[in-house]
Write a protein that binds this ligand. Structure first.
Ligand code: BTN
Length: 316
């Protein structure tokens, strides 16, 4: 590890508190001048570090620079790739997967230029949010792979709860809501072997509005953000926890243990909804979620199950 990364590691461990230059120098085995240079290097990379004579250095509680090393440590991912700016982390992850990236590899970006949402929509991805995609090699067939979206929604909710008193809710199939506003979207893309039906890999893409100060006018009503600027949680921590949870929960997709929690968090159940299928909107009553993550609805008294693919749903 480079000296600056080691200094960062120790400052991160004592975030918000001072660590003396002497202590850092001793721990890392470099001179105090080298520590000072490392701090300057970190500042030039965007870290907010306070330096006070006779006290040392302190990493500010709201210093929030994405760090692949930290995310890797927190998540257990074998490889985390950081992009300052990219078109779409889903596209990046897919290219990596095609060239053999291992299970759990993650790509995270500071912003996306062409963030992709479900159903061909775009996903607002301004600088400072969390935009991440994970390569999953699950050795499963297509019908189980579909559950990755459902399971990942639960994984994100749990990660948010670790750092807050919030109770995130899920709007079928992949939107996370807090306080009536969408704070996170999830989209999955699978590549499978046409003949065997075995899924080669799944890319799960997760976009979180994190400490977002404003949204474009067309999103203001519907989009919300997680955490305020002065809250101590960082993108590294939340991203690390999300990746860790996704890797854990998708380990045993087949047993569908997460489905009950998905149901508990689903706020459409019992509501009048409208859904769009083949470009036609229909009224329905939402009855529940089945064990495969399908939305059970009643349309004019006739019960049927919607599967996520091309269906879009809204509360009436
Ligand atoms: C949706 O709400 O329709 C799904 C949004 C998914 C957005 C994430 S951000 C990271 C990854 N890269 C993308 O281009 N899309 C996903």
């Amino acid at each position: 590890m480079k000296s600056s990364d080691l200094v960062l590691k120790y400052l991160e461990e004592s975030r918000g508190f001072f660590v003396s230059g002497e202590d850092l120098a001793l721990k890392i085995g470099i001179s105090r001048t080298a520590v000072w240079k490392a701090v300057k290097n970190l500042e030039s990379r965007g870290y907010k570090i306070e330096a006070v004579t006779n006290k040392g250095y302190s990493l500010s509680p709201n210093s929030d620079v994405l760090s692949p090393e930290i995310i890797k440590n927190l998540s257990g991912s074998p490889n985390v790739i950081l992009k300052k700016s990219t078109e779409s982390t889903n596209t990046d992850a897919k290219l990596l997967a095609v060239s053999g990236a291992e299970h759990g590899t993650a790509v995270i970006a500071n912003e996306q230029i062409k963030g992709k949402g479900r159903l061909g929509r775009s996903f607002y991805s301004s600088e400072g949010g969390i935009y991440l995609s994970i390569v999953l090699r699950l050795k499963t067939d297509f019908s189980s792979a579909v559950l990755v979206t459902t399971a990942s929604a639960v994984a994100v909710c749990k990660a948010v709860e670790k750092f807050s008193d919030l109770t995130p809710q899920i709007k079928w199939v992949n939107d996370i809501f807090v306080g009536g506003k969408k704070v996170c979207g999830i989209s999955c893309e699978a590549v499978s072997d046409f003949e065997s039906g075995v899924v080669d890999f799944v890319i799960v893409g997760i976009g979180v509005n994190f400490k977002t100060k404003s949204f474009p006018p067309e999103l203001e009503e519907i989009a919300g953000s997680l955490f305020f600027e002065n809250e101590a949680v960082t993108r590294n921590e939340l991203a690390g926890e999300i990746i860790k949870n996704v890797l854990e929960i998708t380990e045993s997709l087949g047993d569908k243990k997460f489905i009950d929690e998905y149901r508990r968090r689903s706020f459409l159940i019992g509501e009048d909804i409208i859904f769009r299928e083949n470009n036609v909107w229909s009224d329905a009553l939402c009855l529940g979620i089945d064990d495969d993550g399908g939305l059970i609805v009643s349309v004019n008294g006739v019960k049927r199950t919607l599967v996520s693919g091309e269906v879009s749903v809204r509360r009436k």
